[in-house]
Design a binder for this molecule. Structure first.
Ligand code: MSP
Length: 511
């Protein structure tokens, strides 16, 4: 039965250009969103940029431009990068937009009115890169940020405090009732550990800068960037402005995030929601880091590589494939260019690409270029059995946020189809029933594979679809038509099959 699926990515700081690490989050989210659309869910996929705070103000100053000029320019880079990576977001939120500023002020006012804010003095060690205070015990060598290994700064401010300490018990109770709120389960323990370790009130306004959203009841202050940013998730669905729309999508949201921002998402944000009188978000999907040479990838650390430029000439789909296939969502994974090329050649060029090329060549030479229909499903049609098993595994994998397993399963069908061709060797046979049987089955397997890979490789899936002579798109939800239908026996036959250039030309390892 079709349902609703609201998915978010973190909103990215615009002082970093998009890089492979942020692309990792966004592509994985995109594939998940596309899968939900494919199975007919009413889907809303949100991403965007986080544009306030000291870091942004300083970056603009360094460039000799105003903050808004700077963030306008940098935010466009995200839009461009995500469009280059075929990201299918339904909305793109910027925290400098009026709709967000209004939502933050409404939300803050609700928390203030509910009595969870007080004024106080704050002093502490602040890392501008993290936009966060650190206790001295967390610093490396007494003065370096544990994440960036850069010097922290001592800040003293009169701030408004959010009374997070009052939410220890309510949060524990909420997590008790919502056992599956955090995926994977190991991350749930981490969040519970933070809560049980004791929560302190947090300073959530600043007077030292003016690049932020004014606090509605005290305009000398602007809202701290993290507090502002988290609220984007409800701005985008009409919080305080369109109650019907808000009720449609909240609280059954899925927040995808990296393990570096668990505290903000799994501790602060649910407490903020409780304080404002709304339900906490239903679900968090926490992924690991993409590492280069064992270190977290980021622009400050290493690579300014534009993710789109990294894509092999097989197109951005090949990069998307690698980002979903290589690493289990939740675990860390190492990225190497050699690994990308090796997997591209093995899985895409030699396996899937080769299957299509072979089928198209034999259809041309033995069937006049017109694809035959498959045989009826049954125990003697091995591919129909493999396809049924694979479709079940694929569905289970995506339901459990395991895109890599869904692809692994799909390649069982690709390999089985290649295996059937090798066993039957239709290129050696005279045209006739035997040739048509093996080619019809292979074409049906290719049709099913096009649907199965469409969440991860939308363009390649579309091209595969056209090559085997089908109309429409493989990623349209099944509605009795050709598309999206994963039952065996749908390929109609009688369609022109195109030989064409290799779908995934083999690549040498150089870059
Ligand atoms: N602006 C905050 C998030 C606010 S959300 C309300 C922020 N931005 S960020 O630009 O630093 O991006 C953080 C997210 O980018 C991480 O949580 C993660 O999802 C993704 N990644 C950034 N580098 C990454 C890797 N090297 N590997 C995997 N994901 C990475 O924090």
């Amino acid at each position: 039965m079709a349902g609703r699926f609201f998915l978010t990515t973190p909103i990215y700081y615009v002082n970093d250009a998009p890089h492979l690490g942020t692309a990792y989050s966004t592509v994985n989210a995109d594939a998940l969103a596309r899968w939900h659309r494919l199975i007919g869910d009413d889907t809303w996929f949100l991403t965007g940029t986080d544009e306030h705070g000291l870091k942004m103000a300083r970056a603009a100053q360094d460039q000799g431009v105003t903050p808004i000029e700077w963030v306008d320019k940098m935010s466009r880079r995200y839009l461009e990068a995500w469009s280059g990576l075929e990201i299918s977001n339904d909305d793109f939120i910027r925290t400098t937009e009026p709709r967000h500023i209004e939502a933050v002020q409404r939300f803050m006012q609700a928390i203030y009115d509910n009595g969870y804010m007080h004024k106080g003095l704050y002093e502490g060690w602040y890392c501008v890169s993290c936009e966060a205070y650190y206790p001295e015990s967390d610093l490396i060598g007494g003065n370096l940020c544990p994440l960036h290994e850069r010097p922290v700064e001592w800040l003293t401010e009169e701030n408004w405090f959010f009374e997070l300490s009052r939410f220890e018990q309510p949060l524990l109770e909420w997590y008790e009732k919502h056992e599956d709120a955090i995926f994977p389960a190991s991350r749930r323990n981490e969040a519970l550990g933070i809560i049980k370790g004791g929560l302190q009130d947090i300073s959530i306004t600043r007077t030292s800068i003016d690049w932020g959203i004014p606090v509605p009841w005290d305009s000398a202050h602007v809202v701290y960037v993290w507090y502002d940013a988290l609220i984007n998730y409800i701005t985008a669905i009409g919080y305080g402005e369109d109650p019907g729309r808000f009720a449609d999508w909240w609280p059954s949201v899925h927040h995808l995030l990296g393990k570096d921002i668990i505290r903000f998402h799994c501790v602060w944000w649910p407490a903020m929601c409780l304080a404002a009188g709304i339900e906490p978000p239903a679900h968090f999907i926490v992924h690991g880091w993409l590492l280069v040479g064992g270190e977290k990838m980021s622009k400050t650390k290493l690579n300014q590589i534009d993710p789109v430029e990294l894509a092999p000439d097989g197109g951005v789909d090949a990069l998307r494939y690698h980002l979903v296939r290589e690493v289990t969502l939740g675990a860390d994974g190492d990225f190497t260019y050699e690994g990308l090329i090796a997997r591209y050649n093995a899985d895409l060029a030699n396996n899937l690409g080769n299957l299509l090329a072979r089928v198209a060549a034999v259809v041309a030479s033995k069937c006049g270029g017109i694809g035959p229909a498959p045989r009826a499903a049954g125990p003697d049609v091995r591919l129909s059995e493999v396809a049924a098993e694979v479709v079940t595994a694929w569905r289970e994998a995506w339901s459990g946020f395991a895109g890599h397993e869904a692809l692994e399963a799909t390649w069982r069908l690709v390999r089985a189809a290649n295996g059937e061709l090798e066993a039957a060797e239709p290129w050696k046979l005279e045209p006739g029933e035997a040739v048509e049987a093996v080619l019809g089955d292979a074409l049906e397997a290719l049709r099913i594979v096009a649907v199965l890979v469409s969440p991860v490789m939308p363009s390649a899936a579309g091209e595969l679809w056209r090559r085997i002579g089908l109309a429409g798109r493989p990623d349209e939800p099944a509605s009795g038509g050709e598309a999206g239908d994963l039952r065996w026996g749908v390929y109609p036959g009688g369609r022109s099959v195109t030989k064409g250039e290799p779908l995934f030309p083999r690549r040498a390892g150089e870059h």
